[in-house]
Design a protein. Sequence first.
Lengths: 188, 827
Amino acid sequence: MGMFDPLKGFGVTFATMFKKVVTEQYPEDFYPSAPRWHGRHQLNRHPDGLEKCVGCELCAWACPADAIFVEGADNTEEERYSPGERYGFDYQINYLRCIGCGLCIEACPTRSLTMVNFYELADDDRRKLIYTKEDLMAPLLPGMEEPPHPMRLGENEQDYYVQGPELARGRGVPEGETVETSKEEAIQ
Amino acid sequence: MTIAPENTETEVPEGHVKLVVDGEEVIAPEGELLIRTAERLGTVIPRFCDHPLLDPAGACRQCLVEVEMNGRPMPKPQASCTMTVADGMVVKTQKSSRVAEKAQEGVMELLLINHPLDCPICDKGGECPLQNQAMAHGRSTSRFVDTKRTFPKPISISTQVLLDRERCVLCQRCTRFSDQIAGDPFIDLLERGVHQQIGTAETADIHNSASHTSSGTPFQSYFSGNTIQICPVGALTSAAYRFRSRPFDLVSSPSVCEHCSSGCALRTDFRRGKVMRRLAGDDPDVNEEWSCDKGRFAFRYAAAKDRIRKPMVRDESGELVEASWTEALRRAADALVAARESNGAGVLTGGRLTVEDAYAYTKFARITLRSNDIDFRARPHSAEELDFLASSVVGTTPEHVSYASLEKASAVLCVAFEPEDESPIVFLRLRKAARDKGTKVFHIGQWTTSSVRKTFGELLACEPGGEAAAVDGIAEHAKDLDAALSSDDAVVLVGDRAAEVPGLFGAVTRLAERTGTRVAWVPRRAGERGALEAGAVPTLLPGGAPVSDASARATLETSWGLDSGTMPAEPGRDTAAMLAAAASGELDALVVGGVDPDDLPDPAAAREALANVGFVLSLEMRPSAVTEHADVVLPIAPVDEKTGTFLDWEGRVRPFSITLEGTGALPDCRVLDTLAVEMDADLFTQTAQAAWSDFSRSRVVSAHQGSNPDQHSRPAASTPDTPDGTVRLATWRQLIDNGSLQVEEPHLAGTARDAVLRMSAATAERHGVTRGERATISTERGALTLPVEFTDLPDDVVWAPARSPESIRSVLGAGHGASVALSGGAR
Ligand code: FES
């Protein structure tokens, strides 16, 4: 062992003082995550504001951590939450259990459930980490209407599903991605 | 070197054939279907229409296999669910034959052509034979590219059953069930070819093809829920369970039905502490795979909002207020001790208890209250009935009469018993016996009810109240019936309405003695048979020994650990006598289980007794007419929340264990045990298990069971005559009405039969009633107006359901066999 060896270690420290700092000052500085980051879930809407969730429970079935609870119910002509017969009456995700694997969004047959980039899933109360339907529902965009309401787009179901996004533009709903977003802004 | 060929031939027993399935030699009984033979070998051939309890139909063609007969292969694959085994047959299932496999794949592809594949919103998803078999035996892709056939969805067959015609694969299980098993062909196949669909009388009208269907009548079935359960796709779904949950998150627990004495095995599915649905369990000895709609759908009473969950005591202002268990038990114990020391207290248990709970009531009455004043009969009853129960019913087991003996019987006589309304599974067995085995079913009743029609039965009509005379007259007026009853395997079934007919039990006993036929008693409520066995009657001890038998009492004192001579020796009062005594102050307190005063012979008197008696302790689940007058109310557990045992009408033990754990609800036996401790007595019924073992250890079987000399001498009462201008009333409760265990079930209530007043056209004419009108029956107490329907009743007899929805007893103060005034003209 040479006599300068003990100082070599300090050399590394000294050199680092002149490099760019990698520490992020979270939460003062907030950096967006990678675009495909599996963050919090979101329940999307049809372009007229009706819910896409049909309460089928396939997400709950697919969940390896048993973090999701769903109960379906009947839509009626007077009180319609989603097109079709069935809607998600109760929807809960327990973020104490969720491992963010994304199997639920793969199982979703209506692309109602997607994941957004939001990652601040921490709290000092366990109860607050069980997110209910109100917390998970996608925000209403301009031109959308809070359910319950009838199917607003087109004359029939065919129109609603096939032409929906275009017909919605006439009602002021923005185009494309934002309707079913993975972007942060949509939530905030 | 020659070796003698070894004889490897296996012997084929008489009535059996030998065939080869997938290269394996099998011996099968003649007449067995190929699909079952394969099943025995562990090969499951995919199927939809095949059901072991229904006649083979060969409708879906999913079960195709390759068959070779006498060395010649059949030109095309055959349906294994309709083809029976034959000697020398060579069968190749999908396991060993590519042809069979391809045929099955083809059929599956064809069945899926018009199937909407809406599994995510379909209730069957996750437990669907179509889904499972499409995965196991289907092609991975479909070659069908055109538009699928669609129907408006769903249509309701009843308020309870919904039909999605798009999902249907036309296997006809539902139509065969309703036609063969239940005998209500309320749905049928309509149309032809690509338009073929399942429909009802109404949809038939839409398509103007009513003539193609046998279902010209509107929906009315007590068994429609079974079609939901056997539907192999999601075409038939339940309105009450619709979209509520998925099989993967349901916990299933085997249970026993609490609604009637049929003793059906059920499966209760729950989720998050809430029962979601009930299905028929599979018990070949009892309910086979069926259940009635009441057992299947009526379970929400336990989750009703007004359920009593905390003890309540009446405060100074006369209001019931919630109290602690300690306080409530103290209040009850003090009052009951005081009553015991003065005039005594009576116990009315109600007919819905488990054996363990009934036994706890028995012990509570005998040990804690030192009295034999206990009766389980919360309905019209008689001393004669009690004699009959003591001599011919208590202690009998399925060895005596069982479902199997109904099926084997050459003749069955139903006396004062309406099987479809009172014990639906007995009805299904009678129908099966009559349909498949040619059993002759006779009914002594008033009109050709659906039970008579659907059991292919013969009605011996008599006036209500005249059943005893009719039974006595069998030898003279119904020679064929008399001869049929003399055969070894004939059975007589007596309903609990017989207690309303004076002399009927004596007549039945005489009949049994003369012809040698076996008699079984079929009560309406699930707990009656068990309560009888547990000794919850004024004259019998647990096991059936009479109270008056000193040695039986001594035996019981030893096993109960009582001092000798402390057991009350005097027979107690029955329900009516207790209520009368309570009203007049001869009893100071009443302990009441699940009793509805409207079912009692005189509801007004019962209400008065409850109001007048010094102290009422009510053990209840929900507010009732009894809790209205109760001084202390102790909450008890419904069947889902406790362990217990029912005895069905055969005397078969039907144990069940707890479904929903940790709700904090206590069974009657536990509540009574704790109350007894407050009164310085030990019942040893803390748990159902403890109660059961104490019961099995302590029952004292009667020495002179099976003979009751004083009864035979009793003459049959002749039919009382009807005063001028009045008519005689026939009445019983229908299966689905406003009973206390059927609350909060709007879907089920929608399938109840209409409340109508039935009479013959001649009676109507005589009393100025015209068809299509409403008519009024009345007594000096009150009047009841109902729509009129003409039926084949005897002259001057009317029939009305006992709840319509008001209780006929509380409105008119009259029951089966009473005379009432009839007038028409009401709009
Ligand atoms: S199961 Fe054999 S044809 Fe349907």
